[in-house]
Design a protein around this ligand. Structure first.
Ligand code: B12
Ligand code: SF4
Length: 326
């Protein structure tokens, strides 16, 4: 729970298998006194999102170290290892990268930490994917095949989100999660809370939406009764959320999502969500801003008032339960 599985430096590995890519979500420590549930609720889309762009002649394997099934596989040895990196598990990602690189695999690092700190990640990678993996991954694999892999690939988030393929959920170990239906309908957020990564200087994450019909189709295709929206804030554009709810309602499925407390401004929207199958919302109640005079974080008075509205949500709208902060 608290330590990653050991990577034995003495392990002997076989030859590299061409056109085989291994995708890894690295281990991060878990609090042994807290529920393990949130780690297996639903998978991150970091890897499955761009996995969908893998050419058919490539073999693909997914490994999430947080499922506690041990270290990632190495027989056969992958030609390419793609690793997602967040600040919280960067050290483990680098350890994995070194282990595979020293045995001949090409290691590609991507994800939020690569986007924010490429210089820190570069020494551990054959190539960095800075930004949207959906655009970069097929280019990277094509260059691996052509033996001209570059040290860095970059893409913005300016493309039409509706053109992205559905995440490739078929590579997930289905029985390891409560549901494999992690859905994402939007990227970005109209707010800019000072503590949120979306407020990072220089980060350009335009607000983008997929068509509600695309989301409904993905929900149906994964054939599970429950889905989790992993959007930063599904309520960022209330009119879009309303349309999404109208499209989801006939499916007769249940789902939950992260929203900001702003959605309590509109009681009818909460009701629409509940009727469309929303059984839970994750509400971020952190509402801090930096007080430069005192050099400390302080709770903003406006958000403080909103925070007091939180307990009214489940009482007013019986189907929605306010559960936790991110
Ligand atoms: C699922 C999730 C979790 C899950 C699982 C995380 C996991 N790694 O397995 C759980 C619930 C455990 C979790 C916990 C936490 N989380 Co979290 N989580 C998310 C969430 C909701 C979805 C992630 C996702 O699927 N994104 C969608 C994918 C498609 O986007 P992406 O990761 O950026 O990937 C794209 C690119 O970066 C790129 N890419 C990514 N990896 C790679 C790799 C390669 C090889 C390539 C080519 C490209 C590539 O391609 C993708 C497509 O464009 C995000 C919010 C969000 N919507 O992103 C927060 C988020 C990632 N979490 C966040 C935080 C703060 C946490 C916690 C610290 C919260 C806490 N206080 O405990 C913990 C930390 C846990 C840990 N120790 O790491 C922040 C991170 C901020 C930051 N700058 O790092 C986010 C962004 C939420 C937010 N708005 O603040 N989280
Ligand atoms: S509402 Fe949530 S997602 Fe939007 S900026 Fe604030 S913390 Fe980030």
């Amino acid at each position: 729970m608290t330590r990653p599985p050991r990577l034995n430096p003495a392990t002997l590995t076989g030859p590299i298998q061409p056109r085989y890519a291994l995708l890894i979500n690295p281990f991060y420590p878990k609090d042994p006194n807290a529920s393990f549930g949130k780690h297996v609720l639903t998978p991150t889309l970091a890897l499955t999102s761009f996995a969908a762009t893998t050419p058919e002649h490539w073999q693909l394997q997914y490994w999430d170290e947080n499922l506690l099934d041990g270290r990632p596989p190495f027989a056969p040895m992958p030609e390419v290892v793609g690793i997602t990196v967040h600040l919280t598990f960067a050290r483990r990602a680098f350890e994995l990268a070194q282990w595979y690189r020293s045995r001949g695999s090409k290691v590609v690092l991507g994800g939020l930490h690569v986007l924010s700190c490429p210089e820190e990640c570069a020494p551990y990678a054959d190539s960095l994917a800075v930004g949207d993996g959906v655009q970069l991954w097929p280019r990277i694999l094509a260059d691996v095949e052509a033996r001209c892999l570059r040290p860095k690939y970059a893409a913005t988030y300016e493309t039409d989100y509706r053109q992205d393929p559905a995440p490739r959920r078929s590579i997930l170990p289905r029985s390891s999660f409560l549901t494999t239906t992690s859905l994402i309908a939007t990227r970005g957020c109209h707010n800019r809370c000072g503590f949120c990564y979306l407020a990072t200087d220089g980060l350009r994450m335009p607000y983008r939406m997929r068509d509600p019909e695309q989301i409904a189709a993905e929900f149906l295709a994964d054939a599970q009764p429950y889905a989790v929206f992993i959007d930063n804030n599904l309520g960022s554009k209330p009119q879009y959320l309303r349309e999404l709810c109208h499209t989801l309602r006939p499916l007769n499925k249940v789902w939950s999502a992260a929203v900001s407390i702003d959605i309590t401004d509109d009681a009818s929207l909460i009701r629409t969500m509940a009727i469309a199958g929303c059984t839970g919302v994750f509400v971020d109640v952190r509402a801090y801003s930096w007080d430069s005079n005192r050099s400390q974080m302080r709770i903003s008075p406006r958000q403080g008032r909103k925070r007091r509205r939180l307990p009214t949500m489940p009482a007013e709208f019986a189907c929605c339960t306010t559960t936790a902060s991110r």
